[in-house]
Design a protein around this ligand. Structure first.
Ligand SMILES: [Fe+2]
Ligand SMILES: [Fe+2]
Length: 237
């Protein structure tokens, strides 16, 4: 991270300034459907122009920049759950299509130069990882998000599910990448692919960091927001 700012971002800051502080925030733009060409616009101006919640965007920028940032209850109350769900769904697609598939391709070209046993281990390992991630995202897309949308629409609790079931079973999807990094860093030698392996490792480190933020968002933004919604529904019963 390139951040030299110490206090959290606000919706009144210039969007170009945020990117200057932390260029990794550029990765958030396609997930929000935000275009560049931001001129001197503030976060609020640019987001409103493009139909994005400025509060949600700035919270994601804070989460991706400050390791100790924790959203407050009043910040959570300003957010729109539907916009958050759209952001998370776009992120899922982005991780599979734009990060995991390219890593798989890079890994294939490297394993073409490895011993057969290393090649088989690495390829099997990554394909199991990919399946695990797809399974994780599919559960959220087909069980958790529809549950939340029904809760918002009907304003009534459903007997068979609540958000604590998700909370208690929500796992980290970045852990397994550590094992892959270890194999690449510690055990691959003499294959003449140093530049390609280094590039691959950068991609894996970056994906790991990004996925850990994604899980954090679901744990400390999505789940508390849905708990508040469930609570309000209980109180009106
Ligand atoms: Fe997710
Ligand atoms: Fe998740």
């Amino acid at each position: 991270m390139t951040s030299i700012i110490t206090s959290k971002y606000t919706t009144q800051m210039r969007i170009a300034e945020l990117i200057e502080y932390n260029y990794n925030l550029l990765l958030l733009f396609p997930r929000f459907g935000l275009e560049l060409g931001v001129g001197e616009s503030s976060v609020a101006e640019q987001c409103i122009r493009q139909g994005v919640s400025p509060e949600l965007f700035v919270m994601m920028c804070n989460i991706y920049t400050f390791a100790d940032y924790m959203p407050t209850t009043s910040e959570l109350k300003q957010l729109d759950i539907e916009q958050l769900l759209n952001y998370l769904s776009r992120s899922h697609k982005y991780y599979i299509d734009s990060r995991i598939k390219p890593i798989e391709q890079q890994l294939k070209s490297i394993t073409g130069h490895c011993s057969l046993s290393h090649s088989a281990v690495l390829q099997r390992f990554f394909s199991e990882y990919e399946q695990e991630v797809i399974h994780h995202f599919t559960y959220e897309e087909t069980t958790v998000f529809p549950y939340i949308r029904t809760l918002m629409a009907r304003k009534e609790k459903q007997a068979e599910y609540d958000i604590d079931i998700f909370k208690n079973n929500h796992s980290n999807i970045d852990d397994k990448l550590s094992d892959l990094k270890n194999i690449l860093v510690k055990h691959l030698r003499g294959i003449g692919m140093a530049a390609e392996t280094t590039e691959l490792l950068f991609q894996i480190f970056s994906l790991e960091e990004d996925l850990s933020r994604h899980t954090f968002i679901e744990d400390v933004v999505l789940i508390p927001m849905v708990q508040q919604l469930e609570q309000r529904i209980y109180e009106h019963k």
